[in-house]
Write a protein that binds this ligand. Structure first.
Ligand SMILES: [Zn+2]
Length: 328
């Protein structure tokens, strides 16, 4: 890519608008063209992230990272250059929301007709119709999304740009339970077969904490890794749960928890054999320590996450005892 092309992209996707769409707010206006605020790329206790409005570039004096909007998207979402461009392009298309909504509706409908999907959900202990409905859970059978969306009038290039379908016309999510990620018009797919790659996301930003809009008013918030964990907690009567969609906090998720309210956060991350859960919990206890948060680590039995805990018969009362234990 020539520098002229890169300049063109900077004009097409203005850095400051992108940041503001992501919920970033400048805390102050500096000299001339500069605004600054907290860095979205690292844990920033005081504003060290500078944006030059004229040049549409950023530099952070805290973590030393800098560049243009594409660089920011790469760093923010841990993606490569082509994916960063696709994320930017997708967010700008006016009918991308409609296309995403239509795909979600299609998947939701497929769930009601698939025996395989139904028995998979049953095995994972997800059987409350209202939770399935509220989370928008669906099923991607594979091999028929393109035709369906084509009949609704979407062009092949729109479908490819959406990443719902690849360049060869194949569904990107297939034989997978689907969960919509409304914030970024994305989808998460959990393969129902043991052989395939288990976790699939559309090439898109993950956004903030899944479920935050319902949990944010709670004084106690339970943070879990995945959407099956969240579904299990909702079913068991713990509506104040949110999901990371992975084992790492993204800057935006961190900002949500650190919005200035006092709250207790229970980290209920996977206790697998490799210890990534407890390690992540320790790391975040350190990083969030100076906020108005009380951070507690919930230790489920070795090898259990909330989904497995409940699907193997764990009760709400037992889970509450683990929450209480975390208090000590
Ligand atoms: Zn920084």
């Amino acid at each position: 890519m020539t520098s002229a092309q890169r300049c063109g992209l900077r004009r097409k996707f203005p850095l400051l608008s992108y940041l503001e769409n992501q919920g970033w707010k400048p805390t102050a206006y500096g000299d001339r063209d500069e605004v600054y605020g907290r860095c979205p790329l690292h844990f920033d206790s005081r504003p060290s992230f500078y944006v030059n409005r004229r040049k549409q570039v950023f530099y952070c004096h805290g973590c030393g990272q800098g560049g243009d909007v594409i660089r920011l998207v790469e760093r923010l979402h841990h993606v490569d250059f082509p994916t960063a461009l696709s994320i930017l392009g997708w967010e700008q298309t006016s009918n991308s929301q409609g296309l995403w909504q239509d795909a979600c509706d299609f998947y939701r409908h497929q769930l009601r007709t698939s025996v395989d999907a139904e028995s998979y959900l049953h095995r994972r202990g997800i059987d409350h119709a209202e939770v399935v409905e509220r989370m928008g859970i669906g099923y991607a059978p594979g091999g028929c999304l393109r035709g369906y969306l084509h009949d609704l009038g979407y062009s092949r290039s729109q479908l490819v740009a959406s990443r719902l379908v690849d360049g060869q016309g194949r569904d990107c999510l297939w034989r997978a339970i689907t969960f919509p990620i409304a914030e970024t018009a994305s989808l998460y797919g959990r393969a129902i077969d043991v052989t395939a790659a288990r976790h699939r996301f559309l090439a898109r930003a993950k956004g903030g904490l899944w479920g935050w809009e319902w949990a944010r008013q709670s004084e106690k918030v339970i943070v879990v890794e995945g959407l099956f964990d969240l579904a299990s907690l909702w079913q068991a009567g713990f509506p104040q749960a949110v999901a990371l969609l992975g084992s790492h906090f993204l800057p935006q998720q961190q900002a949500q928890l650190c919005d200035g309210r006092s709250r207790t956060v229970y980290l209920c991350l996977d206790a697998d054999e490799n210890g990534s859960g407890p390690r992540a919990a320790r790391l975040w206890s350190e990083r969030l320590a100076n906020q108005r948060l009380r951070l507690l680590t919930v230790q489920l039995p070795q090898g259990y996450d909330p989904n497995r805990f409940f699907s193997e018969g764990g009760s709400a009362a037992e889970f509450s005892r683990y929450l209480e234990e975390a208090e000590r």
